[in-house]
Design a protein around this ligand. Structure first.
Ligand code: ADP
Ligand code: MG
Length: 400
């Protein structure tokens, strides 16, 4: 689904090109100009993995890659949906017939947003929507949230709903949890809706407070690479459920609402209390140390000590690999190879068992690191990974 926006383009050029393309296609499909064009990005999580369902901290930033939507409102109760990236004709549904759990296709994401808005009492009476996305789907870069947020923002503007980014993110999460049926946290939608260029977004998933943290790598001579391993191991969903249940068990055994309530300073005592619950001990150790790593990265970035976050990222990977056990050979190979080739730090990002890793490197080391990773994958007989640079970019916005 990587189409009209090349990574080499600057943000605005890419945005305008994509806006022109989706506008033209909208006219062909629906016979009129769209009332507007909106864009919403995918994201990578810099640090704070598997903390979101433990009321903990996360720190995503937006990718330059966006989902773009050309949209017009309709007042006759009809919703029409089309994607440039799916070989299928326009889908038409009545907004008052939308029912959670019934749609197993891609259309569940945008339709779910319309359903969630209406369920929350917003009088959305239909729309014509044409979408195109440059966010790779299923790579752990949150193509689904980009799709939801771009639709939510478009409807917010066209129906003058007056909702802010946080409110839109919550409605999109509800769409994905209830309408699509995927038990995701609040990070992805918040990142897509609220990120700012040149910043990472510190988000407390308990009270949803957030802070923009300066993260302008280019200005400091560094780059962040995303390495999409192009694998997704099939047991990932079941394993996710087991990790969640294990974390809940840990919180219950420790008598706290969520693992976020275990201070890092009390970790040793908490582990002792868990006795011979070996698996729960490992899960607790990851979550508590990961929240501390987010805290550390915030402190370092706010102090302007960006290079020093490298080892914190790599330590986060070791914790996900050894304690939380959600890595896989492909992700481990990216991290080990990149660090050996001179990267400042690297870690898997997203849920794990495939998907993508991130690598922080000096600009001058990017070529050597990229080549080393590609060679290592070839030597291991793995699929050729997709490697691209990710500049911390803007969140959702109207582009036309
Ligand atoms: P991720 O969010 O990590 O990319 P998900 O499984 O959550 O992975 O979401 C991927 C799904 O989102 C796809 O299977 C598809 O249904 C939908 N999707 C993503 N991009 C598009 C697109 N451009 N057009 C239509 N559907 C899309
Ligand atoms: Mg998703």
């Amino acid at each position: 689904m990587t189409k009209s926006q090349g990574q080499g383009m600057s943000g605005s050029t890419a945005g305008e090109t994509a806006a022109g393309a989706v506008g033209g296609r909208f006219r062909e499909l629906y016979g009129a100009e769209p009332q507007g064009v909106w864009a919403a990005p995918g994201r990578v999580n810099l640090i704070g993995e598997h903390t979101d369902y433990n009321d903990g901290f996360v720190m995503p930033f937006a990718l330059p890659h966006t989902a773009v939507a050309a949209v017009s409102r309709r007042d006759d109760g009809v919703l029409r949906l089309h994607s440039a990236d799916v070989a299928a004709p326009v889908v038409e549904v009545a907004v008052d017939s939308l029912t959670p759990g019934t749609d197993k296709n891609w259309t569940a994401y945008p339709a779910g947003v319309v359903w969630a808005l209406r369920e929350a009492g917003h009088a959305v009476s239909g729309a014509d929507i044409h979408l195109a996305s440059a966010v790779p789907a299923g790579a752990g870069l949150s193509s689904s949230a980009a799709l939801e947020v771009v639709v939510a923002l478009a409807l917010n503007d066209l129906y003058a709903l007056g909702l802010d980014g946080r409110q839109l993110a919550l409605l999109c999460q509800r769409a994905e949890n209830v309408y699509v049926g995927a038990p995701v946290g609040i990070m992805d939608q918040t990142a897509s809706a609220c990120c700012e260029s040149g910043h990472a977004l510190f988000l407390d998933t308990r009270d949803l407070s957030q802070r923009q943290i300066p993260f302008d790598l280019a200005a400091e001579g560094m780059r962040l690479l995303v390495v999409d391993t192009r694998v997704k191991h099939s047991h990932s969903e079941g394993e996710y459920g087991k990790r969640r249940a294990g974390c809940e068990k840990g919180a219950a055994l420790l008598g706290v609402d969520a693992l976020r309530d275990v201070p890092h300073a009390d970790l040793d005592a908490a582990l002792e209390r868990l006795g011979d619950e070996e698996e729960v001990r490992r899960l607790v150790r990851h979550v508590v140390t990961e929240d501390a790593r987010v805290d550390r990265v915030v402190t370092l970035l706010e102090a302007g000590d960006t290079r020093a976050i490298g080892p914190v990222l790599t330590a986060g990977h070791a914790s996900l690999r050894d304690d939380f056990r959600v890595s896989c050979p492909e992700l481990d190979l990216v991290v080990d190879t990149a660090v050996a080739a001179g990267a400042l730090g690297a870690r898997m990002t997203g849920g794990g068992f495939g998907g993508s890793a991130i690598v922080l490197a000096e600009e001058t080391d990017v070529d050597a690191v990229t080549e080393a990773v590609e060679n290592a994958f070839a030597a291991a007989g793995f699929k050729t990974p997709r490697v691209f640079g990710a500049v911390p970019s803007a969140g959702a916005r109207r582009v036309r």
